[in-house]
Design a protein around this ligand. Structure first.
Ligand code: ADP
Ligand code: MG
Length: 657
């Protein structure tokens, strides 16, 4: 077998490079270590175990909570020429037996298994006839009672792995990052000194938006209008709302499907397939829909109602844009959503943990409401919630695009740097919060006791809000005009380039939140005063433990990012693509998918089709360069697609290419 993961990535999956975290996880697995990998939805967790499965001797067992997910994965693997199968209740008795005997004969690299099957005798049988080097636990948060999808049978996994003669490595994957859930996974699966990795949660191709429409139906139709050809999900809080919104869309002529727990199994399955196979473009659903839906060409996820916490929101929204294409994640907020969620949380009596759980869930809800109602960068709020550092301005969310403007901060920068230098002259240095207090002329005991009110910079920014000062300071630190020193209690020092600022030669401009009308004194800490630390459960970050009052916006891109282009939703991005060719490629893909009886995105993702439009390969070797084209797909489909492209260029537009 091939020894180089990069070669497998190219040959079987057709990708040129690993995404963040993938290579590290693969290496750890190949070293025989246990793994706990936390990566956001759409980050590419599957490859992290599928590649080792092709390199290890024996059969990798993947425990996965959902039948639809398994089917999808096995389809995709088979299409790429990888020997995979599944065992769950969807198989007939004879199919089941056949799969079991083939597995025991070592015919598969990967076997997907429902957790409920673990105690069945067949498994002992495999274990004695094929080596089982690796047990993968996908959606591992299902082991935690604190997660949102607890599955009791996940608790049996540890017993199973422990009972094998030779304990396989155990690799756990999840998108849920809270400390409590991670701890439950370690304990519940009895991971042995796992290689633990949490990759960045940022999904750059996702545009985040919040709207507070008076009439949600009208807003929904306005949103969908320019997206008729796109595939997307509309999440609603209740079955009733799903039915109503679905009926509305059908009346308006949309190819809409629906999904909730009130429909019978058969209808749910059919509706889901209609969506996966692109027979219907919009899925209206409760949160019962989605886990295990790996459809890669979902180009928007619209929440008609606000979910009860950010974990759920990010997981559901994250189902958009898995293929890396631009996608929209929009939340429709209304105060009613908050009240309904509060009611549901406080009246949920079936949880034994009682009061503690209710209080916990209300805290989570609060963070969700801050997201929906706040004026700071939506992306930064999400990322900080998951414990990540994030610039306060992303330029690609509805708040950044409408509420931020370029501001001249030259003078403010000078004041800040002067303050730090004055402190230095006295042999002192302080953290961000104290610097802000000095500049604002705060009269706290600590400040007065240290005699800091005698500094010449004391109170020179009394008129500037603390958030704005913090934003400017963060920017100066980022650009090395100031610097942070120390890990646990970092203090602010002058940076390498401070002189450039003080000489006034360098005008500085920054994207900042537009000034809000002054708040009453009592509420000076901003909308998240008293809320959960927006840095998230880990409380990490340089000023952990100190409430993050910083709202506005150090812009990485600098002033060239224009706030004026204020539109909350970017129109679907298609510029530069040969749309006529794209349409033909999609048609061909659809036909091939029908023949193979798999959803279209299993044949090629939209991203791959777009890459074909760009590269317009006419030869097989050229086709092999397209993103997502591995050796098997090259051999299977290269001929048909290159012929179509050749044909297209022949009748093509004057000027050819
Ligand atoms: P997750 O399980 O983390 O939500 P998936 O494993 O379903 O994500 O992967 C999401 C998408 O990203 C899939 O379409 C997959 O083919 C694609 N993908 C994964 N790794 C890469 C890579 N290195 N380069 C390009 N695309 C990738
Ligand atoms: Mg997955």
């Amino acid at each position: 077998m091939e020894k180089d993961p990069h070669k497998i990535l190219a040959a079987f999956f057709g990708y040129g490079s690993f995404r963040p975290g993938q290579e590290e996880v693969i290496t750890a697995i190949l070293e025989g270590r246990d793994v706990l990998a936390v990566m956001p939805t759409g980050a590419g967790k599957s490859l992290c175990y599928q590649i080792p499965a092709l390199m290890l001797d024996g059969m990798t067992v993947v425990i996965s909570p959902l039948i639809s997910l398994m089917k999808d994965q096995v389809n995709a693997l088979t299409e790429s020429g990888i020997k995979a199968a599944l065992l769950n209740s969807s198989l007939s008795a004879s199919e089941y037996e056949l799969t079991v005997s083939r597995a025991a004969a070592g015919e598969y690299n990967i076997l997907y298994l429902a957790p409920e099957r673990l105690h069945k005798a067949e498994l002992r049988h495999f274990a004695s006839s094929v080596p089982l080097p690796l047990i993968v636990v996908d959606e591992a948060h299902c082991v935690s009672q604190w997660g949102h999808d607890f599955r009791p049978s996940y608790l049996e996994i540890a017993g199973f792995t422990g009972s094998l003669d030779r304990r396989p490595a155990v690799a756990a994957f999840t998108a849920t990052a809270t400390v409590r859930v991670k701890e439950d996974i370690r304990k519940g699966l009895e991971l042995k000194q796992p290689f633990a990795i949490t990759t960045g949660f940022d999904r750059k191709n996702l545009h985040f938006g919040v709207e507070k429409p008076k009439n949600k139906d009208a807003a929904l139709l306005a949103f969908l209008e320019p997206r008729k050809a796109k595939s997307g999900i509309v999440y609603c809080a209740t079955r009733k709302t799903v039915d109503e919104v679905w009926a509305l869309l059908c009346r308006q002529g949309y190819a809409a499907s629906r999904y909730h727990a009130g429909l019978d199994d058969r209808e749910r399955r059919e509706n889901q397939d209609d969506f996966l196979y692109d027979r219907k473009t919009v899925m209206v659903a409760t949160n019962a829909f989605g886990m295990g839906i790996d459809k890669s060409n979902v180009s928007f996820v619209l929440h008609y109602n606000m979910p009860k916490n950010i974990e759920s929101y990010y997981q559901e929204a994250g189902r958009a844009g898995r293929d890396g294409e631009e996608a929209d994640c929009v939340l429709f907020y209304s105060g009613r959503d908050t009240r309904i969620n509060q009611f549901l949380i406080t009246n949920n009596h079936d949880n034994e943990a009682g009061e503690a759980v209710i209080a916990h869930n209300l805290e989570l809800l609060k963070s969700m409401v801050f997201y929906a109602t706040g004026t700071d960068c939506l992306r930064s709020r999400l990322l900080r919630y998951f414990g990540e550092e994030a610039p306060s301005y992303c330029g690609n969310c509805s708040n950044c695009n409408t509420l931020f403007e370029a501001a001249d901060i030259s003078l403010e920068a000078q004041k800040l740097i002067s303050c730090v230098l004055r402190l230095k002259q006295r042999g002192r240095s302080f953290g961000k919060t104290m610097i802000i207090d000095i500049l604002r002329g705060n009269k706290s005991e600590k400040l007065l006791a240290a005699g800091l009110d005698s500094l010449s910079t004391y109170g020179i920014m009394a008129d500037t809000g603390p958030r704005r000062i913090r934003a400017v300071m963060d920017y100066l630190i980022q650009e090395d005009y100031l610097a942070l020193e120390g890990d646990e209690y970092p203090v602010v020092k002058e940076g390498r380039f401070w002189q450039e600022i003080l000489t006034g030669k360098k005008p500085l401009s920054l994207m900042l939140a537009k000034e809000e009308p002054k708040r009453p004194q009592t509420d000076s800490r901003g909308p998240d005063a008293g809320g959960r630390d927006s840095r998230g459960p880990d409380g990490r970050g340089p000023d952990a433990g100190e409430r993050d009052t910083g709202k506005p916006a150090p812009s990485r891109q600098g002033p060239k990012q224009q706030a004026g282009a204020a539109k909350s939703f970017a129109p679907p991005l298609l510029s530069g693509t040969d749309e006529a060719l794209m349409t033909k490629l999609k048609e061909l893909r659809k036909n091939l998918a029908r023949e193979a009886a798999v959803p279209a995105y299993i044949i090629f993702s939209d991203a791959s089709l777009r890459d074909m439009c760009e590269k317009k390969p006419l030869t097989l070797s050229g086709f092999g360069e397209v993103n997502g084209v591995g050796e098997i797909k090259l051999a299977k489909y290269g001929g048909a697609f290159t012929a179509l492209i050749r044909e297209h260029l022949k009748d093509g537009v004057p000027g050819g290419q």
